[in-house]
Design a protein around this ligand. Sequence first.
Ligand code: 3PG
Length: 306
Amino acid sequence: MKVLVATQKPFAKVAVDGIRKILEEAGHEVALLEKYEAQADLVAAVADAEALIIRSDKVTEEVLAAAGKLKIVVRAGAGVDNVDLEAATKHGVVVMNTPGQNSNAVAELAIAMMIFMSRTQFTPATGSEISGKTLGIQAFGNVGRLVGAKAKALGMKVKAIDPFLPAEKIVEGGAEPAESLEALYAGSDFVSIHIPATPETIGSIGYKLITSMPKGATLVNTARKEVIDEAGLEKALAEREDLKYVADVAPDNYAELKEKFGLRVFATPKKMGAQTAEANINAGLAAARQIADFFATGNTRFQVNK
Ligand code: 3PG
């Protein structure tokens, strides 16, 4: 089978070599499309692909329609908001992710961002320490749990909430369950967001939640920019001169936010939470193994469009 690895933001070479080894040893052929500039390049490259490995690359109806032989797409990572799942199902294509494989990298970035903002973006201005502060974790999945464990080790008090987890599971994961999302925001010096971008979550964090945070609080978003109501964030930062926002991937109004709020905001130019060699290896090789297994045995364990 022909497996296309299409990554606008490429994997580390060591991960690409590992992917190639797994798939070639299983008798498949590997093609590479890296750092492509236009969506049309992906549309052209999928024409003869039977399997596709992607990162945040967009698998749209147009891509699926052009990929007449495609059987499986594996998103090497967690979020599948970049894949049109309904269209994939319609075209008979199995979509999988590789949950947990890049979580540690994202969790480390969330911690790093908290310290970076507490130390006023590494400028000489007097900062503050995260030890002794309260961290609220919004969604206690693979990343959220790792952030909690690391924060506890750094002396933080950790609270969490997750719409899909009962309180006892949050306790088992080492955090104190928050009574509600509102209570989490109102009682946390830092809130770290770990929700996916779905129709229910897009634009769901705005002025009301953000301004309910205590004095000097920081909102940390290593999830998706889309979950923030950007106008609400801007209004909150304008009204509350003590609040800070840090994100992995800039909001659309970042230039404006930066100009108005300076060191109180920071965003990475390109999503880099999962951009470590370890995460690339873990997620990339898991994707390759899942494809080899799917073709060998029909295993669909990580299918997300069932
Ligand atoms: C994910 O959903 O796994 C992360 O956001 C990583 O995305 P990336 O592979 O584009 O870095």
